[in-house]
Ligand binder design. Structure first.
Ligand code: KIV
Ligand code: ZN
Length: 389
């Protein structure tokens, strides 16, 4: 079998994810998530929308200054002011800084929102990409509402922005409307009808309004997309975005029929999911794939019997592969620092020595009055004592 094709993971938890109601984060909180995404080894993290607010500008700047591995993207509308502001924050990442500029391309958006013609939209997009390319060769263009865009027009604008310098072209399903076979056909159409398409990476960005964001992203990969945009726990506008853990584990688990891979260190998935929940307060439904509380729980006797005999009878991936250690040591008053620190790390906490000491003292005091200390108790201790970077 040939070497699996690498799919780039573009995480937008800190931008599109943050747009979900109740998910807004402080600069420090965004930085903590960014560190976790760095550990997880995503290829690109979209840190925010610098023109949107002073706070978001500072968060993108701080992330660009601090995070070392992944590329750092910042969103901008297709105008000079947004693009200049985005680069002002992103320039600290050097050649890992990516300007992500977008404009809507569907008739419905052009008519009612932009009040622009097709020619005007192409002209604006090309101008924006050229301006961004003046700052960095790492430019992504998104055709907002691409899925409801007339295909020949979509092909025309994609060709024009690639000529103008876009190195990634994103084809978003902004409203979560498409179906896997339709999305597959759209990506194929672009592959076959845009003469310069091979000069850019095709990216996909799916919303989950019909619960199909992961299925659509997988279909697009099969059609030739090279980058998937996604968020931790699938948070995002309305019904959310394509969930990072689902698409990554889908590719990892079914490499037998999908010859693709990612560089995500999947053992950090669970801690990242928990950290996001702790920070935003947005809980994960118990039956959520991969990271839900029941994702690896077996209730029915027949299933319990099966997994006791041989795990693969009812488990298609191991809990350890997402960093969920089911053989956790019980934490109580006899537990030492080592087990305590290990558990904190598995919950996504990356604390200084001084903070660990403070938390450890609190833990011991609690353990004196409580038989067993649960993860929720540790969350409360950390939230009370520390919660800062
Ligand atoms: O959903 C969408 O179209 C977006 C773009 C800005 C990429 O989030
Ligand atoms: Zn989106």
């Amino acid at each position: 079998m040939s070497e699996p094709k690498k799919i780039l993971i573009f995480d937008t938890t800190l931008r599109d994810g943050e747009q979900s109601p109740g998910a807004s984060m402080t600069i420090e909180e965004k930085l903590r998530i960014a560190h976790q995404l760095e550990k997880m080894n995503v290829d690109v993290m979209e840190a925010g929308f610098p023109i949107a607010s002073e706070g978001d500008f500072e968060a993108v700047k701080k992330i660009a200054q601090t995070i070392k591995g992944p590329q750092i993207a910042g969103l901008s509308r297709a105008n000079d002011k947004d693009i200049d502001r985005a680069w002002e924050a992103l320039k600290y990442a050097g050649d890992r800084g990516r300007i992500h500029t977008f404009i809507a391309t569907s008739d419905i958006h052009m008519k009612h929102k932009l009040k622009m013609t097709e020619d005007e939209v192409v002209e604006t997009a090309v101008k924006a990409v050229k301006r961004a390319a003046g700052y960095t060769p790492n430019v992504e263009f998104s055709a907002e509402d691409a899925v409801r865009t007339r295909l020949p027009f979509l092909a025309r604008i994609v060709e024009a922005v690639i000529d103008a310098g876009a190195t990634t072209v994103n084809i978003p399903d902004t409203v979560g409307y498409t179906m896997p076979n339709e999305y597959y056909d759209i990506i194929r159409y672009l592959k076959e009808n845009v003469p310069n398409i091979e000069r850019a990476v095709i990216s996909v960005h799916c919303h989950n309004d019909l619960g199909l964001s992961v299925a659509n992203s997988l279909a697009a990969i099969r059609a030739g997309a090279g980058q998937v945009e996604c968020t931790v726990n699938g948070i995002g506008e309305r019904a959310g975005n394509c969930s990072l853990e689902e698409v990554v584990m889908g590719l990892k688990t079914r490499q037998d029929i999908m010859p693709y891979k990612t560089d995500v260190v999947t053992e950090h998935i669970y801690a990242t999911s928990r950290l996001l929940t702790t920070i935003t307060g947005i809980v994960v439904q118990p039956n959520k794939a991969i990271v839900g509380a029941n994702a690896f729980a077996h209730e029915a006797g027949i299933h319990q019997h099966g997994v006791l005999m041989e795990k693969s009878t009812y488990e298609i991936m191991t809990p350890e592969s997402i960093g969920l250690n089911q053989n956790k040591l019980v934490l109580g008053k006899h537990s030492g620092r080592h087990a305590f620190i290990q558990r904190l790390e598995s919950l996504g906490y990356d604390l200084s020595k001084e903070d660990i000491e403070k938390a450890f003292v609190r833990f011991k005091a609690l353990a004196d009055v409580k038989k067993e200390i649960f993860d929720e108790d540790l969350d409360a201790i950390v939230a009370d004592e520390i919660i800062r970077v």
